[in-house]
Design a protein around this ligand. Structure first.
Ligand SMILES: C[S@@+](CC[C@H](N)C(=O)[O-])C[C@H]1O[C@@H](n2cnc3c(N)ncnc32)[C@H](O)[C@@H]1O
Length: 318
């Protein structure tokens, strides 16, 4: 019963076929299964709120079969990336070794929260004289980008499966030239503020692996994450290098969006589309972009002031 509840509480993509099979095999002997609400629910006495239309086992079986291929696809992808030469999962001993991995000394760009790695793949195509690494927790998403690189023989891109919080385990000081943050989760709740990938705690990590003056580029559809990042830039005295509140207009008509000073190359890079970009989850109908660099010295310890300002702003807007 507990397993059954675990199953229905999970999103379909999190359900493994093994779990689904357990659900069916572990239901109480002799019990009939009936549909009594939003989810299938076993009833042992045959009484109560019963919908014969959805009756029992066939309904459960089709429910499980519906879920099964998704879980199976994930497992197949997890298995596949184990043998992909361009995917490293929680590797050890990599700081300072990326030049050896790529067999050249070319500058290194990271795409954090890369998902399916559209930026990693497209930037690697655009710049064969540079190296790119997409980082994400989710192996089944990384699989998409990594497979594309293998199929298209893109040798200057790789994928790293790990928590971004652990980034210092993988890169040596000054080993990274540039960081892209592509549509990271905006983490809108104030209690999640430290999870925002442009929070100073993350910036302090990036600062330890970036070359001096290394650029951080944020592309997002979340006005909240964009404003938060601009607040951080202002409060901590970071250098704002490029800025747009309407990337699509900047791409279509650069002069009208005030982006005429941007190098053409950056506009081409901004035109790369990602999976989440297409979803427009923030419903902002806008893409925001800013590029900044960190100061040579450590960021000042004023996170409490930042948090207080964000709290006040939230109080004003609710
Ligand atoms: C909103 S999706 C964006 C994916 C992709 N950049 C795109 O635009 O389609 C955010 C991604 O960040 C990843 N992610 C979130 N927090 C992470 C963390 N702490 N470490 C690694 N990946 C993380 C998630 O797995 C997810 O793939």
């Amino acid at each position: 019963m507990q397993i059954f509840h675990n199953l229905v509480r999970k999103r379909p993509c999190q359900v493994s076929p093994i779990l689904a099979a357990k659900v069916l095999s572990q239901r109480p002997a002799g019990s009939s299964l009936s549909y009594t609400g939003l989810f299938p629910f076993p009833q042992t006495d045959g009484r109560g709120f019963f919908y014969p239309f959805f009756s029992s086992v066939p309904f459960i079986a089709s429910f499980v079969l519906f879920l099964h291929p998704m879980g199976q696809k994930k497992l197949i992808r997890f298995e596949a990336i184990k043998s992909f030469p361009n995917v490293l999962q929680y590797p050890e001993g990599m700081p300072g070794k990326w030049a050896a991995f790529f067999k050249n000394e070319n500058p290194l760009t990271l795409e954090l929260a890369c998902g399916k790695g559209e930026y990693t793949v497209s930037l690697a195509r655009m710049h064969p004289d540079r190296n790119f690494i997409g980082i994400d927790l989710k192996g089944n998403r990384i699989y998409i980008g990594a497979k594309k690189c293998l199929e298209d023989k893109i040798g200057n891109a790789a994928f790293l499966r790990s928590h971004i919080d652990k980034i210092l385990n993988y890169f040596a000081p000054g080993e990274v030239k540039e960081i892209w943050l592509t549509f990271p989760d905006p983490q809108l709740r104030l209690s999640r503020i430290r999870k925002r990938l442009t929070h100073p705690e993350f910036l302090r990590l990036y600062g330890q692996i970036l070359v001096p003056g290394g650029r951080i580029r944020l592309k997002t559809d979340s006005p909240a994450l964009y404003s938060f990042t601009k607040s951080v830039i202002g409060l901590y005295g970071l250098e704002l290098l490029e800025d747009s509140q309407d990337v699509q207009t900047a791409i279509d008509t650069p002069a009208s969006a005030g982006l005429e000073n941007l190098p053409e190359e950056v506009i081409r890079e901004l035109a790369i589309k990602t999976h989440y970009q297409g979803l427009d989850i923030a419903k902002s109908n806008r893409i925001y972009y800013c590029c900044f660099s960190l100061p040579a010295n450590a960021l000042p310890p004023i996170d409490d002031i930042l948090h207080e300002r964000c709290k006040q702003l939230e109080l004003q807007t609710t």
